[in-house]
Design a protein around this ligand. Structure first.
Ligand SMILES: Cc1cc2nc3c(=O)[nH]c(=O)nc-3n(C[C@H](O)[C@H](O)[C@H](O)COP(=O)(O)O)c2cc1C
Length: 196
């Protein structure tokens, strides 16, 4: 089973990266395959509503000159998807939003490619607005029939400058707990006791 984590922050080595890696650490300690993908700062355009993904049904976005398809393929091949974003004016970053729209549309256009994968949203925040970021990411997961893993206090980590979230004791505990909950869910799904 494998887990992919998308970092929607353009700041490498920043708080979102720190929080995502805290979760991945728990999962890899449990022997699961993990991948960290740096998305923020890379070229990714917004959905242009061409609806070609619905016509082509090839599990790809028709816009091919950015990193979207690489991310879409990684998400399709994963059992669990983490999407992390810092809070930017109470919302996700532009790169995160572009991934949400294009991954979501490709999934829907192809009969539900993300259905029943596990999803978790992770948010870095200095002071306020994290719940809106959390909701924006979870809207993708719920719209695409994913199963959301939670923790306590909605997967936030507090901090402003890169790495400051490491000082957020409760945020750290939260990420560890989230990793354990994702591992638990993956284990249960792997058992497949109930026939489809
Ligand atoms: C353009 C921009 C907008 C921001 N808006 C908010 C905000 O609305 N609320 C908040 O608490 N912090 C805000 N911040 C602060 C970041 O969310 C915070 O520093 C976060 O830890 C950065 O995470 P990173 O290191 O992963 O990039 C903003 C930062 C930037 C650059």
């Amino acid at each position: 089973m494998n887990i992919v984590a998308f970092n929607g922050s353009p700041t490498q080595g920043g708080n979102t990266e720190y929080l995502l890696k805290k979760v991945l650490e728990v999962l890899s300690e449990k022997g699961l395959e993990t991948e960290f993908v740096q998305l923020g700062g890379k070229s990714i355009k917004g959905c242009r509503a061409c609806f070609k993904c619905f016509a082509n049904k090839d599990k790809k976005c028709s816009v091919t000159d950015d990193v979207a398809n690489e991310c879409i393929t990684k998400a399709i091949n994963a059992d669990a998807i983490l999407i992390g974003s810092p809070t930017y004016f109470t919302n996700v970053t532009a790169e995160t939003k572009a991934l949400i729209d294009r991954l979501g549309f490709v999934s829907l256009a192809n009969g539900g490619l993300l259905k029943r994968k596990i999803g978790a949203a992770i948010v870095a925040v200095r002071r306020g607005g994290a719940i809106h970021v959390f909701d924006s990411i979870n809207h993708l997961f719920l719209m695409t029939e994913m199963i959301i893993a939670g923790s306590t206090y909605w997967n936030f980590g507090y901090g402003r400058t890169p790495g400051e979230a490491a000082q957020d004791e409760e945020g750290n505990k939260n990420m560890k707990n989230l990793g354990e909950n994702i591992a638990w869910l993956l284990d249960k799904i792997g058992e497949q006791k109930i026939r489809d």
